[in-house]
Design a protein around this ligand. Sequence first.
Ligand code: AMP
Length: 598
Amino acid sequence: MSTFQELGLNNDLLQAITDLGFIKPSEVQEKAIPILLDSEGDLVALAQTGTGKTAAFGFPMLEKIDANSRTTQGLILSPTRELCLQIANEMKQYGKYCKGLNVVAIYGGSSITEQSREVKRGAQIIVATPGRMKDMISRRLVDITKIQYSVLDEADEMLNMGFKEDITDILSHTPEDKSTWLFSATMPREVAAIAKNFMHNPQEITVGNKNESTTNVSHEYYLVNARDRYQALKRLADANPDIFSVVFCRTKRDTQKVAENLIEDGYNAGALHGDLSQNQRDLVMNAFRKKQIQMLVATDVAARGIDVDDVTHVINYQLPDEIETYTHRSGRTGRAGKTGVSMVIVSKSEVRKIKSIERIIKRQFEKKEIPDGMEICEVQLMSLANKVHNTEINHEIDKYLANINELFEDTNKEELIKKFFSVEFTRFYNYYKKAKNLNVSYDDSRDSGRHSGGRSDSTRYFINVGGKDGFDWMKLKDFLKEQLQLGRDDVFKVEVKDSFSFFNTENELKEKVLAFFTDFKHEGRFVNVEVSENRGGGRRNDRKRGRRRDDRKGGGRRDDRKYNSGNRSERRRSESASKPRRSNSESSNAFKPRRSRR
Ligand code: AMP
């Protein structure tokens, strides 16, 4: 293990490093810094947040730029405002002894005039979000034609957030011979494509394995009925009295709803999602940092900028749509050398995703049971007992002791302890005494593969809309949920083909589903739903249907009619793309933290 001195950093940087209290380089720093100092080439680094990657590209950039020149020489692109500010602050701290250095952050939601004024003063390094950067380039408020170093930070996230075109556009304004350093937690195909198209023979370094989760985090999953998801969340919180957690939901609406329910139920919770104003988000984050919020319920995008180091638990209230996102979520805990737990609440239909995630993160999940009511009562009781035991006596109480002693004159120590703890215990006991077991058993053989037979208690349907109509599985699921007014987990095993799709519901919803779609038009065309003869969505049958449907264009066959509405107008209509409405339009509610009471 080398020291920062051995990595070849100059005295200004070494002094700042000492001030910051960094003792030794982290793995990514040890690997990246010598490469970046010694060569002018490109670099791809696979590293998560919390590994010290800002300093890994920050120190070499600060070492290499000329702080006496006012020309912009380094550009760092990052996905969110929070991250952008965080990087700019770190760079300022790292470069505090570099005379003349000016690091400027440019990001949306703040005055563009003020930011361009700062740039004009002479910013050697600009840290920017892609949208605002592009805007400033097009208004000629910034000149990046002479940059020598560009960093794409959290490249996977930037692409996830749809910044590919902006990044391409921005890079087209930079010199061909600059060095590009790409940092990403995961390496999906899109990131590999960026590396291929915009970089020249990049060296590659990996901290841990690609996509791999940090070893400081243990992974657990809890199998419950979908309708018990929220109860399960509460029990996990109650079973961990000192929890300091980020709870991930899939949509903004679910995020808001879960946070509101938790607050209503007396937990210290807050919501963080894109429908909140910047001011509201800052309030929530400040409360979280101060630990006034113990459960921060967040969407993936909003949680990007969370730079809090001592999160004890990440709870996946719902799994992310893209399983690669799980790595980002679990990376919110186990930071800065601490340990953490990443919990996933799953219903039966999602268990197979756990296996896929295990393959990606190269770690095993432990299947755990949601604690029963009595376990929680015991945990809470012991937590309180420890707190009482460790509490320093406040002698302000002394003046009231005479009265208290008088009250307890006839109570012995054992009785007193029992009475004292009963106050808290009874609250939990009354709540949990009749609590049911939330765990469900799961027979692995029933779902050993995505297409391996259906659940006997579910119905599989054919629906005559698909990819051509603008649906992917998520949009179709949302569309069905919205139209049928179903809960999040009521529609599952959604498979979207080109011109048709399949999905499942529990048997009890069959009548409702079929009745709803008897005469249903979406954007002017009939949408037809039928029970599929293939209950589990077997691959062979699905493919067969694909052919039938496609063949139809060439004249139509008898079988084909089975999968159309049978209605003439339906057969006449064009296959124009129908755009499903998304169901997650939310209202933005201000955050209101409350003291714990349950
Ligand atoms: P990052 O991955 O860049 O977000 O860094 C995570 C946290 O680790 C930040 O708070 C850094 O200030 C801190 N950090 C970075 N490098 C080191 C180091 N070598 N030793 C201790 N802390 C570090």
